[in-house]
Design a protein around this ligand. Structure first.
Ligand SMILES: Nc1ncnc2c1ncn2[C@@H]1O[C@H](COP(=O)(O)OP(=O)(O)OP(=O)(O)O)[C@@H](O)[C@H]1O
Length: 247
């Protein structure tokens, strides 16, 4: 399993002041897969993202990327460099730059924190930016300042900026939070487009959104996997209803 998985977690535990945020968490993501992670508040979803991206070190357990890379031995910057992009809940775009310039900056930046200055770009890069603009549904707003975008559009722009860095795995934290219904539906389509050539892990509370992704779902509870399978499969699990869906 370890060798063939894009992401492999085995027996991962994280303790904060005696509280087990992750408790022997084991899960695998296949190359090219999109997976949805659901679970009640405090289930460990954010902590799981934190251990994958190197923000938090696990007390124990194995985390491997792309078969052979031991992520527990890498820091945050090198994990970004290896090809894991993370989209936090709050959009962080450069508000005083245009949509297009935000993408150009991301394209030019080394993976990880954006630290580069603008400079002349090649024709290939122009095409790449146009493709990204189309993908994130912002082609007709490319000359707009990012500050003037709606909340949902800012989220899409930030996703585009992450994609500009060509990650193998994209981690997305509650993309639908704060979006209109129309934006939420479009975001599901956007993630499905992205998943055609990237692996994606998406944490989300909006069950209608999760259903529209139609992917395998992992239910976390008290720091470990409670159930896994299609949304219909996990929704039929009594424990899942009890701790989460029945709220
Ligand atoms: N740095 C920290 N120090 C102490 N406790 C923490 C820390 N980070 C998380 N926790 C605790 O660990 C538990 C798991 O939190 P986590 O944020 O991973 O859950 P979550 O599933 O993402 O929840 P939510 O859906 O509310 O975002 C929570 O009880 C939280 O209070």
């Amino acid at each position: 399993m370890k060798a063939t998985s894009l992401l492999y977690l085995d027996g991962v535990s994280v303790t904060f002041d005696g509280f087990k945020a992750l408790n022997e968490l084991s899960l695998t993501i296949a190359p090219g897969e999109m997976r949805a992670i659901i679970g009640p508040n405090g289930a460990g979803k954010t902590t799981m993202m934190d251990v994958i991206t190197g923000k938090t070190k696990p007390d124990r357990g194995e985390i491997y990327f792309d078969g052979a890379i031991d992520l527990t031995g890498e820091d945050e910057a090198s994990i970004a460099e290896i090809g894991i992009g993370r989209k936090f809940q709050k959009p962080t775009v450069f508000e005083s730059h245009t949509v297009r310039d935000n993408l150009e900056l991301a394209l030019k930046a080394p993976r990880g924190p954006f630290a580069t200055l603008f400079h002349v770009i090649s024709g290939g890069e122009t095409k790449r930016i146009d493709d990204l603009l189309g993908l994130i549904r912002l082609s007709d707003r490319k000359h707009e300042l990012a500050a003037n975008l709606s909340h949902g559009q800012k989220q899409w722009l930030e996703i585009g900026m992450l994609l500009a860095q060509d990650p193998k795995l994209l981690l997305v934290d509650e993309p639908a939070a704060g979006m209109t219904d129309a934006e939420t539906a479009e975001t599901a389509e956007l993630l499905k487009d992205i998943a055609q050539d990237h692996s994606v892990v998406v944490v989300e509370h909006d069950m209608e959104f999760v259903r529209s992704l139609s992917v395998k779902v992992t239910v976390l509870h008290e720091g470990s996997v409670l159930a896994e399978g299609s949304l219909d499969h996990v929704s039929a699990n009594e424990r899942v209803v009890e701790v989460y869906l029945g709220r």
